[in-house]
Design a protein around this ligand. Structure first.
Ligand code: GLN
Length: 493
């Protein structure tokens, strides 16, 4: 790993501005890192020329004093974001070869701030998954290995698995992710990096391939809390093209960052102490409480009584919305088209969707259409919406007693490839701690806290009040400053 690829975004930005190195050198270092790590399968498309062109523009602009916030910084973009003229597949065969004629609002904002693009990042198909194994372009391999001397390939988590692996392996200093039910936070935890899902509506969804529109939210993933703040400052903001976008000013989160939690109360939800969670994870949780105390916060026990209904609720609402969103892939408008001999229009729809969607996406479409069907709508979909309201109310009540909530990010460390693929329920259970904040639309972040007995990273999860990204980032920094997590995957690729 060259020196530049181990730096943080803040260090790259400051070094570039101070003249320590050129933006072109940064882009070249990352392009080389990407090209030398293809066995991780983190990227679906590499765009080295794009990174170089943005770097040259940054070098030319340096000195003029008119540099964008991300001038000189190359980024990876999850393949769920539409990128103008560059393949955007959402990890699906049905979008193979689709080159949008428009740029998503979020990736457009990053570009406008001067960032270059290293490439598009592999992901679970339509962001449905927790291990990146549902991608039509093959799984991503985590750069991390267990310390047992074995060579088992591990998952980087999902659905933003390519994003997480790219940062953890030094292939990009920062990336975009999306989080519908944990897809930024769980992969961040599995790979020893930071990731934040902001309040629903902070980042525009325009140009992001839809999975479950009432839950989907973009966010950054990077090595440090500060780097996440730097990226989130640029990614956020009102967009008239997204009707659920929040028309509110964007605070300057990086400028407001500190690790001081004096006077803050941190809620510890008793319902998150669940059976079967490894002792290392509970021990890290206890350490996290001590770290936040040390930063000035006071821990308080809270109750989120409907927590146990969050997963079943999510797995009704998300597939319901997905089944509707994915109806547009019909062989007419995008990518793949299968035309059976002598078939009519319906036959083309059926053949295209049968060939274009993978097993997990088909499973979700079937669940979604079932829970939305006339006979079952009230029993499943309406009920799930009601429970979602109860889950939101749990948080509203809890936040009368506390300012932030601390939990583990996931109930396990990274698992092996194919370990859970044959058991969808076991896979879904991995989202147990992440999903409630998604259903409530709250900002939440994962920060690496330590390694388990097998040498794998574990994350701590901070949930904040609506719009309190600043509080979440501050608690994240307080943990980061005390955890001293500087571990990196040892290079084998
Ligand atoms: N793993 C969850 C799912 O499969 C969450 C995915 C996500 O957040 N995009 O739906």
């Amino acid at each position: 790993m060259s020196d530049l690829t181990s730096k943080t975004i803040a260090e790259l930005r400051d070094g570039f501005r101070g003249g320590d190195f050129k933006a072109r050198e940064i882009a070249e270092a990352y392009n080389a890192a990407v090209a030398s790590a293809r066995m991780l399968n983190a990227f679906t498309v590499e765009t080295p020329e794009d990174a170089l062109a943005a770097a040259d523009a940054a070098d030319a602009a340096r000195g003029s004093g008119d540099l964008g916030a991300l001038a000189g910084i190359p980024l990876g973009i999850k393949d769920l974001f539409a990128t103008e003229g560059v393949d955007t597949t959402a990890g699906s065969k049905i979008l193979k070869g689709f080159k949008p004629r428009y740029e998503s609002t979020v990736s457009g904002k990053l570009r406008k701030a001067g960032a270059g693009m290293l490439g598009k990042l592999n992901m679970d198909e339509f962001a449905m998954g927790s291990s990146n194994e549902t991608s039509a372009y093959g799984p991503v391999i985590s750069p991390w290995k267990r310390n047992d001397g074995g060579n088992a390939a591990l998952t980087p988590g999902g659905s933003s698995g390519g994003s997480a692996a790219a940062v953890a392996a030094g292939l990009a200093p920062g990336v975009t992710g999306t989080d519908t039910g944990g897809s930024i936070r769980q992969p961040a935890a599995f790979t020893g990096i930071c990731g934040i899902k902001p309040t629903y509506g902070r980042c525009s969804r325009w140009g992001i391939v839809s999975f479950a529109s009432s839950l989907d939210q973009a966010g950054p993933m990077a090595k440090t809390v500060r780097d996440c703040a730097i990226l989130l400052d640029v990614m956020s903001g009102f967009d008239p093209k997204d009707s659920t976008s929040l028309d509110l000013p964007v605070p300057q989160w990086e400028a407001g960052l500190s690790g001081d939690l004096k006077g803050k109360r941190v809620g510890i939800p008793k319902e998150y102490r669940i059976d079967g969670v490894p002792e290392d994870i509970n021990a890290l949780w206890d350490k996290g409480i001590e770290w936040l105390k040390d930063a000035g916060a006071e821990p308080v026990e809270i109750s989120l009584p409907h927590t146990k209904y969050a997963l079943p609720t999510y797995y009704i609402i998300a597939p319901a919305e997905a089944s509707s969103n994915l109806a547009r892939y019909d062989g007419v408008r995008y990518g793949l088209r299968e035309t059976p001999d002598g078939g009519n229009l319906d036959a083309m729809y059926a053949a295209t969707r049968a060939a274009g969607f993978g097993a997990e996406v088909k499973r979700r479409i079937m669940i979604g259409t079932y829970v939305l069907s006339a006979g079952f709508y009230d029993a499943y979909f309406t009920k799930a919406q009601r429970v979602r309201t109860l889950i939101k109310r749990d948080f509203v009540r809890a936040f009368q007693q506390c300012d932030l909530i601390l939990t583990p990010t996931a109930p396990s460390a990274a698992f092996g490839l194919s370990e859970k693929m044959s058991d969808p329920l076991a896979m879904y259970l991995n989202d147990v701690f992440a999903v409630p904040a998604s259903l409530a639309g709250l900002p939440a972040m994962s920060v690496p806290g330590g390694l388990d007995g097998q040498g794998l990273p574990l994350g701590l999860h901070i949930i904040g009040k609506e719009l309190d990204e600043q509080g979440v980032l501050k608690a994240g920094l307080a943990i980061e400053e005390r955890a001293g997590f500087t571990h990196r995957a040892e290079r084998w690729w």
